[in-house]
Design a protein around this ligand. Structure first.
Ligand SMILES: [Mn+2]
Length: 430
């Protein structure tokens, strides 16, 4: 299939390349007049890598149902194949974020070879302590009442063992980080002690932390509610930071854009975690009401830009040295083709990042120094309202990607072909 994609990339280049050059050159002249070093922006964008979550390659669902799409991947190898196809078009997605046990490979060495042959890196790996899978013999080892925070040691030990096993698997596959999102929480006031649950969570995660190899990170991912609807054990960035600090320097916080209550100032959350040198990474998606897992940038593109602006500012001040945040998509696709949605999310992140990179920093700095809120707003919106898509496209073109990834995917008949090869059947999961 990569041959068909490469053919489409070539066709687009010969058909539309001159038009793209016109657009890019025009934008580059505009930016040059504003004092932007366009080549430096191109170089910075070229270095961004946005991981694709393995679970987002198939149709998602809701608790009311799930609608299978033809050609969905059924095995982890097929998921790697889809990520390689996406990366062939974007040259920005050469990393997969696996989820265990959904992606538990029968043959880790074989999967490592598959990753290497596809040119895909194993990004942060995710544990799962929110589904029991095969019901444990010991009811006290069930996650029904929580995992790492459970009052029963059997459940806590099972969760710790699982995460330590995920680290070992990740190490075999070349990953460098474990992402821990906890479903632990309560549905009823008084159900458990808040302080006791936090104590047990920190104690359990300390046991996981002790198994981290050198150079690894452990990411704590907060979320205010769901599946528990009264309390969550790691509900917000403050608790997440507290847990990370308790664990040690290899623990950092992961910000999932959808894991905030409505109207939370997420860019300020990001800035505070940067200030504390504890920002581990992102799960990008968008949200209207809650953890909606909608296409990144489809609801609040200005918020996405402001988050990228915090990253760019911090990077210029040297705060990201040694540990640039891991960028991952975490979305769910109920209607659109998952691969098309990932292409759109990737484009949205790159566009927002490019807008942040072209911001006239001198104008903003001067406005801030004079408490001139009017010109500060103009500096931000001047960047946000710039159409930088030719710039993002130029970065992709120089790396051998498609001028228009979505059109190339469709024209290559990728989904038609995977539907033929893989058939139409419900993807297996837990
Ligand atoms: Mn997430």
């Amino acid at each position: 299939m990569t041959d068909a994609l490469a053919e489409q990339i070539r066709r687009q280049q010969s058909r539309d390349g001159a038009m793209h050059d016109d657009d890019f050159n025009h934008l580059a002249r505009q930016l040059g007049r504003r004092g932007v070093d366009v080549e430096a922006v191109v170089a910075r964008l070229s270095g961004l890598r946005i991981a694709v979550p393995s679970w987002a390659l198939g149709a998602g669902g809701t608790r009311f149902g799930r609608f299978t799409q033809a050609g969905e991947p059924h095995s982890v190898e097929q998921k790697v194949m889809d990520v390689a196809a996406i990366d062939c078009l974007t040259r920005a997605n050469g990393e997969i974020s696996l989820h265990i046990p959904w992606d538990r490979p029968d043959d880790p060495a074989g999967l490592k070879e598959c990753l290497a042959a596809s040119g895909i890196v194993c990004g942060p790996i995710n544990s799962n302590t929110f589904q029991d899978g095969e019901a444990p013999n010991d009811a006290r080892a069930s996650y029904r009442y929580g995992s790492v925070s459970n009052v029963w040691e059997e459940a806590r030990a099972r969760a710790v063992d699982h995460m330590v096993g995920v680290i070992a698997l990740g190490e075999a596959l070349g990953s460098r980080a474990l992402t821990v999102w906890l479903a632990d929480g309560t549905n009823h006031p008084g159900q458990t002690s808040f302080r006791g649950a936090l104590d047990r969570t920190i104690d359990s995660l300390s046991r996981v932390y002790a198994a981290l190899p050198e150079g690894w990170s452990l990411y704590t991912e907060h979320k205010p509610f769901e599946p528990a609807f009264y309390s969550s054990v790691n509900p917000d960035w403050g608790t997440s930071l507290l847990i990370a600090r308790e664990l040690g320097p290899q623990a950092r916080c992961l910000v999932d854009l959808g894991h905030h209550l409505p109207n939370t100032n997420i860019e300020q959350v990001v800035a505070t975690l940067l200030h504390e040198r504890r920002l581990g990474g992102f799960h990008f998606n968008d949200s209207k009401y809650g953890d909606d897992d909608l296409t990144t940038g489809s609801i609040h593109p200005f918020q996405l830009f402001l988050i990228c602006h915090e990253l760019v500012e911090a990077e210029r001040e040297g705060l990201l040295a040694g540990h640039p945040p891991d960028l991952m998509i975490d979305a769910s696709h109920n209607v659109k083709d998952p691969m098309e949605d990932i292409l759109q999310s990737t484009e949205a992140i790159l566009v927002a990042y490019a807008q942040a990179l072209i911001l006239e920093t001198g104008v903003l700095a001067e406005a801030r120094a004079r408490n001139d809120a009017t010109l500060a707003q103009n500096a931000l919106q001047g960047a946000f309202r710039s159409d930088v898509r030719p710039l993002v496209c130029e970065v992709r073109r120089r790396k051998g990607g498609a001028l228009d990834p979505l059109a190339a995917l469709r024209a290559a008949g990728y989904r038609h072909e995977t539907a033929r090869q893989r058939g139409f059947r419900r993807a297996t999961g837990l």
